[in-house]
Design a protein around this ligand. Structure first.
Ligand code: ADP
Length: 262
């Protein structure tokens, strides 16, 4: 199985023999995966095959889950993010995350975006970096005249773009997106997909989606995961999205993308 790396460009994330456990249960096993920088990589597969678990392992978000541990190695720009001397807070600064359900803080639009900057010790007038992040998240024009309004007053799609702006404000390298459109209507979904394409010029994006059309439309690379007979998730196939959706190597991938799964 290919781990899909553009041979001329070093990968930004490299998972080597990654297994992820909840207590004694191995939820994901033996994943080898190289993520190309400035690309959109989609992780697809049936519910429970470990997509979110893998995504969370890429920025140590799984540290918050009691009993969760990983074996194998994940490097980010060549550094092992699980090494003893690594501060997970710094990892999450470089590798931000956007969740399934938009989760703005009950604060103003401005303060939502300024939050990350403030906890990183930035003081004084933050209007410039806040505007920059809102512009990058394609939200500025819609909110510039009411930055003091609560983030919770926005529509679902705007709230998700606010969360993306909050993630962008601290200038990460990678944005992890865990089913970011599943709570949104089709128009808001397309806006987020357009935004992802624009952001991939400057950022690396890894998205978990249960929506195959979304993976086919919006990603450059696709990884297909499924469950083995021991219920552990494994990566079956990984490659260029155009290839995975038109000419998959593995019968399990073909069955899944053609709707014959199960
Ligand atoms: P997917 O994102 O593909 O739906 P998940 O990563 O959510 O899959 O889950 C993979 C497996 O890990 C499932 O068997 C799920 O029940 C289990 N799992 C997920 N989160 C936890 C958790 N916090 N504690 C224990 N088991 C979990």
């Amino acid at each position: 199985m290919s781990t899909t790396q553009n041979q001329t460009i070093p990968s930004i994330i490299d998972a080597e023999d990654l297994s992820i456990f909840y207590g004694n249960f191995r939820a994901v096993k033996n994943v080898f995966m190289k993520i190309n920088p400035n690309k959109i990589t989609a992780i697809i597969g049936p519910s429970g095959c470990g997509k979110s678990t893998v995504l969370r392992s890429f920025n140590r978000m799984n540290d918050f889950i009691p009993n969760c541990h990983v074996t194998g190695q994940i490097t980010f720009q060549g550094h092992n993010i699980y090494a003893d001397d690594v501060d997970p807070v710094q990892v999450r600064q470089r590798i931000g995350m956007v969740f399934q359900k938009p989760n703005p803080f009950p604060k103003s639009i401005f303060d939502n975006v300024a939050w990350g900057l403030r906890i990183n010790g930035m003081k004084g007038d933050l209007s410039e970096p806040v505007e920059q992040a809102l512009r990058q998240a394609a939200l500025w024009d819609e909110v510039k005249d009411h930055l003091k309004k609560s983030g919770l007053s926005l529509s679902g799609g705007q709230q998700q773009r606010l969360c993306i702006a909050r993630a962008l404000a601290v200038k990460p390298d990678i944005i992890l997106m865990d089913e970011p459109c599943s709570a949104l209507d089709p128009i808001a979904t397309l806006k987020i997909e357009d935004l992802m394409r624009e952001l991939s010029k400057d950022y690396t994006i890894i998205i978990v989606t249960h929506n195959m059309q979304q993976a086919a439309r919006a990603s450059d690379y696709t990884a297909f995961f499924t469950m083995d007979s021991d219920r552990a998730g494994l990566m079956v196939e990984y490659g260029e999205t155009s290839h995975i959706f038109t000419n998959p190597h593995d019968k399990r991938t073909e069955d899944y993308i053609t709707g014959r799964y199960g």
